[in-house]
Design a binder for this molecule. Structure first.
Ligand SMILES: Cc1cc2nc3c(=O)[nH]c(=O)nc-3n(C[C@H](O)[C@H](O)[C@H](O)COP(=O)(O)OP(=O)(O)OC[C@H]3O[C@@H](n4cnc5c(N)ncnc54)[C@H](O)[C@@H]3O)c2cc1C
Length: 410
């Protein structure tokens, strides 16, 4: 029988293993893929946005009211930085996002793997755990191929449902449900949004800076500023990822969702009206189609004119009616896109929802449903904003669980 078995060799499982092994505990990681930490390699577009200098409870979310500070106070940004610096990772801070100085996610995985090796942590790869049960106080883990492993303590670090090729398909939820835990309906976040608006296709491949507001059933859910990318089937880019939680939850609840872009957030509607009239006065000979050249991305001009229902765009700007100018102002300040959900788990970075947090003691990550079971990372009903917060949650909860399993409570 092993002392501690960790199901899932991802971000939280690897940190839990290191912390427990450093404290002299015998640890075994069971990973279904051919190697541990595959998802880490894909993070931050291969650069691994590992944490964020701006760390507060505000950046984390759950279905329930959760005191995220219980976790962040035990392992916050400074602790994360110190942990990885000790392993050899020098930080690179961009804005508030933190990457390894090497700008290579592989190096983050390298140092974790080197430490696992140094500490003699046992790693069983290609081992998918399909059942977890307790028999006479001992945990039994059964693999897909029929092997049975016994352990005194188990950490479930199986991640969420995003990106099945990276080992996550929600199997962890099933393991935990069988031992008494409940699941808050998962949904994909940090993901592209689908929109049937014809303007997305027209502007496909174009990036523009805008203020983005997401509304669910007409209620403002979240507002972000940044670079929006239009795609064949919808909207993408950092602010869209950030607000995707609102759209995905709306789709889950079958609510309507719309995203409204303000293409000139620093200019008021009145100022925009004056600006358009100034441009008309400066170049009365130009056509309506030419009015916004130099002010808007050229691929955005026709969609804006169409959305504002401006006919006969080859007229001169002098012929624009007041109503038409007002409609143009309306679109430039509030360009609406109906949203029909997201591109789903295959493309999402993170799963919102998961195992109910109230069933886990955040001081130790111990299950409150059954003894000697610990739960870490994304499998829990906690998700973070885009910007290194999801890895921070994984490292932090892994760190706490690693300490807890190596504490002798008897
Ligand atoms: C493309 C992409 C980019 C991302 N970029 C960032 C970023 O830059 N910054 C950031 O903060 N977050 C990012 N994330 C999110 C972040 O990677 C995750 O939130 C984090 O890895 C979760 O850690 P975890 O330990 O809970 O699960 P994971 O890291 O997903 O690890 C779970 C592990 O468990 C294994 N497993 C699952 N079920 C079983 C089973 N039954 N038996 C055995 N093994 C099992 C899986 O194979 C996997 O290796 C990104 C995610 C994706 C998909």
């Amino acid at each position: 029988m092993r002392e501690v078995m960790i199901i899932g060799g991802g971000a939280s499982g690897l940190v839990a293993a290191i912390v427990a092994a450093r404290r002299g505990t015998q640890v075994c990681i069971v990973e279904r893929l051919s190697r541990v930490g595959k998802k880490i390699l894909t993070t931050g577009n291969g650069r691994c946005n590992m944490t964020n200098t701006r760390m507060s409870a505000k950046q984390f979310h759950s279905y329930d009211q959760v005191d995220f500070d219980v976790v962040l106070n035990q392992f916050g940004y400074e602790d994360c930085k110190a942990f990885f610096m000790e392993l050899g990772i020098m930080p690179l801070v961009e804005g508030s996002k933190v990457y390894p100085l090497s700008e290579q996610a592989t190096t983050v995985l390298d140092v974790l793997r080197m430490e696992i090796e140094r500490l003699g942590v046992e790693v069983l790869t290609d081992t998918k755990i399909i059942a977890l049960k307790k028999k006479a106080g001992v945990w039994e883990l059964r693999s897909e191929t029929g092997e049975v492993y016994q352990a005194q303590k188990v950490i479930v670090a199986t991640g969420g449902m995003t990106n099945t090729s990276l080992g996550c398909d929600g199997l962890g939820y099933e393991l935990l449900k069988k031992v008494g835990h409940t699941l808050k309906t998962p949904y994909p976040i940090l993901v592209h949004l689908l929109s049937s608006s014809p303007y997305c296709k027209m502007m496909k491949g174009t990036k523009i800076k805008a203020n983005v507001k997401a509304f669910a059933n007409g209620k403002l859910g979240r507002e972000e500023y940044g670079e929006v990318l239009f795609t064949e089937d919808g909207l993408s880019g950092p602010p869209i990822f950030q607000i995707s939680r609102v759209a995905s939850l709306a789709a889950l609840k079958k609510q309507s969702c719309e995203v409204i872009l303000d293409l000139f957030p620093e200019i008021s509607e009145d100022e925009m009206t004056s600006l358009i009239y100034e441009r008309i006065t400066a170049h009365p000979e130009r056509t309506i189609e030419q009015l916004f050249i130099g002010m808007l991305h050229k691929r955005v001009i026709i969609p804006v004119l169409k959305a504002a229902q401006i006919e006969s765009i080859h007229r001169t700007v002098e012929q624009l009616e007041y109503d038409e100018v007002m409609r143009l102002v309306g679109i430039l300040k509030s360009f609406k896109f109906e949203v029909q959900g997201t591109r789903g788990y295959k493309f999402a970075q993170v799963t919102a929802g998961g195992i109910t947090v109230g069933e886990i003691d955040l001081h130790t990550m111990a299950s409150l449903k059954t003894k000697n079971l610990y739960i870490t990372g994304e499998v829990m009903d906690v998700d973070g904003d885009c910007g290194g917060y999801n890895l921070q949650w994984a490292w932090a909860t892994g760190y706490i669980a690693g300490q807890s399993v190596s504490r002798n409570e008897e």
